[in-house]
Design a protein around this ligand. Structure first.
Ligand code: AMP
Length: 119
């Protein structure tokens, strides 16, 4: 899938749109979701033009892949979600309901999260 550089997370990464930043390093930016679905709902986005996990796995440099997933874990730790636990989720493509075509991992926590998937 061709990457759309005008998607909203690309604009946030370029600083064109504000966000409620939680964490940033060379590989990732984490921000509060604008429509939280749990007491804690944070998005972690990689710093690179990747629309989905498929694109990211195929094309991102190994340092970015490692740095991005390390950032997801770091953010979850900094949010105080251990030891109660949390859930990560990445919607990829239309069947998953992906709204923003820039890879992002949702981190949900702060309450029991129920079943893994809605039926
Ligand atoms: P997905 O359906 O996995 O693509 O999730 C996209 C998420 O991005 C949704 O949970 C939206 O609430 C969230 N979102 C959209 N625009 C913004 C924004 N400007 N700042 C923070 N979160 C956003």
């Amino acid at each position: 899938m061709a990457y759309d550089p005008n998607n909203i997370f690309a604009k946030i990464l370029r600083g064109e749109i504000p966000c409620k930043k939680v964490y940033e390093d060379d590989f990732a930016l984490a921000l509060h979701d604008i429509q939280p679905r749990a007491p804690v709902h944070v998005l972690v986005i990689p710093k690179g033009p990747y629309g989905s996990l498929t694109d990211f796995a195929a094309a991102a440099p190994a340092e970015l892949v490692a740095g991005f997933f390390r950032a997801v874990g770091t953010v979850a730790g900094q949010l105080g979600l251990e030891p109660q636990g949390y859930r990560i989720l990445a919607n990829c493509g239309s069947d998953a309901g992906q709204e923003v075509p820039h890879l992002h991992v949702h981190i949900f926590g702060g309450r029991p999260l129920g079943p893994m998937l809605a039926r």
